[in-house]
Design a protein around this ligand. Structure first.
Ligand code: G1P
Ligand code: ZN
Length: 546
């Protein structure tokens, strides 16, 4: 037997370890404070009833501090009696791949080290998230219990041992705990091959179809190279920026019109390939582009839902769909047409888990570049890209044609999100509080030519476990059925971010191809007026528009 000394280390609580929309996210410098990471990890272990003897998976998006945190967590897992940990080679695992591995091997759970789309590097962000045995993010009742524990914690356990070499595949031991260093791509790639028709996609590339997939120097690079180039046979130039770097080469690994600028510029140019896509830091987000067209995530969700029967895994139809509340209602129209249920949940993937587990929905998505299905319990960037490729291979028409066809059939939900980042926290709170106070007086009032029909604060009762989540965003509906939603981000690490979501439906054929910001002008002005954005925050325009 391999003996390793377990040390009990005294500690005191940090008061800021409440997980947000997606795990605990802080600046790297915060995570580097003595005991900070350890307190949170021990709080996770203390909260899980069956951690002793359990099997876990551990990995991250390769960002700065990933390698250090992994060693600490392995030593703590050993000291807490975990039987086995599967670790991605070099500490790498994308978020959807982690979910896939938990489900495939029936593991107790997983720890993901990532701050998703937030920048990395010594001055950037770090994060940690726990996923449960269904492969999905721990639901609120667990994250709240972890937080509660973190407020009381007075000791943690860790073994005294040298670091483990994570570069070689295979099995090793730390004390009594087994560590299996796994190929981060293999299981996930096999799952993708079961879902989609890789042969058809190969034929598409053989016919001269061109693609630019931008991994933004984040985790999906190795996955994209293996799947698109090695397995499907796409030319090597189809995947760019594929080396994961600890600081994402100084970039912001968020696939949207602002942060994936070079890809967007390429796709809008005369030299654009047929198809463009990108993913975020940890591989769960996706952005879809065609030649001179950007597909909004809300439209993408609706289009995938409408065409799902063309994909092998979904050929027998969908059980239902779900979208987060701020996501456009484009998918609702498709669900109605298909005769399936459409669920509206609060922001954050953790709310889809129970619906997927109860087999109430097959596909779900968020306006924030997140789409996924019941194949895992996370949103899945490369899955969405493969879905589009499979669709293009079946339809043999361009992205633009597919999008236009969709709008002609269902109408178009013009949609945009305006973010006001790094606001003073007190001012942001004041803005939301003032809106709440105003809610009941808004009905019947007119702003920028739009009359308010209904206004409320969104709360949600999970239809499966009946857990109620309140305070999930302010919604203002107008008489023409357009809508504005206001909420504060739960993932930021600096100040507060106000998100303003704008949506309006258009059915008239001649008005289907307007510029989005122009089409939403009234809603944009109404939002500024109702929330008094400039008066309260001092900002007269958003910092990011998607
Ligand atoms: C953001 C997105 C949300 C997504 C989350 C994690 O959260 O808005 O849809 O689930 O990131 O990727 P927020 O910062 O708005 O709380
Ligand atoms: Zn992410």
């Amino acid at each position: 037997m391999n003996t390793t000394e377990i040390k009990e280390i005294k500690t005191t609580p940090f008061k800021d370890q409440r997980p947000g929309t997606s795990g605990l996210r802080k600046k790297v410098e915060v995570f580097k404070k003595p005991h900070y990471l350890e307190n949170f990890v021990q709080s996770i272990f203390d909260t899980l009833p069956k951690i002793k003897g359990s099997q876990l998976v551990l990995g991250g998006d390769g960002r700065y501090y990933n390698d250090v945190a992994i060693q600490t967590i392995l030593k703590m897992a050993c000291a807490n009696g975990v039987a086995k940990v599967k670790v991605g080679q070099n500490g790498f695992l994308s978020t959807p791949a982690t979910s896939c591995i938990i489900r495939k091997y029936g593991l107790y759970g997983g720890i993901i080290l990532s701050a998703s789309h937030n920048p990395g590097g010594p001055d950037g962000d770090f994060g940690i998230k726990y996923n449960i045995e269904n492969g999905g993010p721990a639901p609120e009742k667990i994250t709240e219990a972890i937080y509660k524990r973190s407020c009381e914690i007075d000791r943690y356990y860790i073994v005294d041992a040298p670091d483990i070499d994570l570069s070689k595949l295979g099995t090793t031991k730390l004390g009594n705990m087994e560590i299996e260093i796994i190929d981060p791509v293999k299981d996930y790639a096999e799952l993708m091959q079961e879902i989609f028709d890789f042969n058809k996609i190969s034929d598409l590339f053989r016919s001269g179809f061109t693609m630019c997939y931008d991994a933004l120097h984040a985790i999906t690079g190795p996955y994209a190279r293996r799947i698109f180039v090695d397995m499907i046979g796409a030319p090597t130039y189809s995947v760019v920026n594929y080396n994961p770097l600890p600081d994402f080469d100084g970039g912001h690994p968020d696939p949207n019109l602002t942060y994936a600028k070079s890809l967007v510029d390429l796709m809008m140019s005369d030299n654009a390939p047929d198809f463009g896509a990108a993913s975020d830091g940890d591989g769960d987000r996706n952005m879809i582009l065609g030649r001179k067209v950007f597909v909004t995530p809300s439209d993408s969700l609706a289009i995938l839902t409408a065409n799902a029967s063309l994909i092998p895994r979904y050929k027998n139809g969908l059980k239902g769909v779900a979208r987060s509340m701020p996501t456009s209602r484009a998918v609702d129209l498709v669900a109605k047409d298909l005769g399936i249920n459409c669920f509206e949940t609060p922001t954050g993937w953790k709310f889809f888990g129970s619906l997927l587990d109860a087999e109430l929905v097959t596909i779900c998505g968020e306006e924030s570049f997140g789409t996924g299905s019941d194949h895992v319990r996370e949103k899945d960037g490369l899955w969405a890209v493969l879905f589009w490729l499979n669709l293009l291979a079946e339809k043999r028409s361009s992205v633009k044609e597919i999008v236009k066809e969709h709008w002609i059939k269902f109408g178009r939900n013009y949609y945009s999100r305006h973010d006001y980042e790094e606001l003073d926290q007190d001012k942001a709170n004041l803005l939301i509080e003032s809106l709440k106070e105003k809610l009941s007086n808004l009905i019947g009032k007119e702003f920028s030519g739009l009359r308010v029909k209904h206004a409320d604060e969104f709360s949600y009762e999970d239809p499966v476990d009946h857990f109620v989540t309140t305070g999930q965003g302010i919604r203002i509906f107008f008489e023409d059925d357009s809508r504005i939603v206001f909420r504060l981000s739960g993932t930021g690490t600096k100040g507060a971010t106000l998100r303003v979501y704008l949506e309006r439906y258009e059915k008239k054929l001649e008005a289907l191809e307007l510029d989005t910001q122009i089409a939403l002008e009234k809603q944009i002005n109404a939002a500024k007026e109702i929330a008094q954005i400039k008066e309260i925050t001092g900002r007269d325009k958003p910092s990011v528009i998607t």
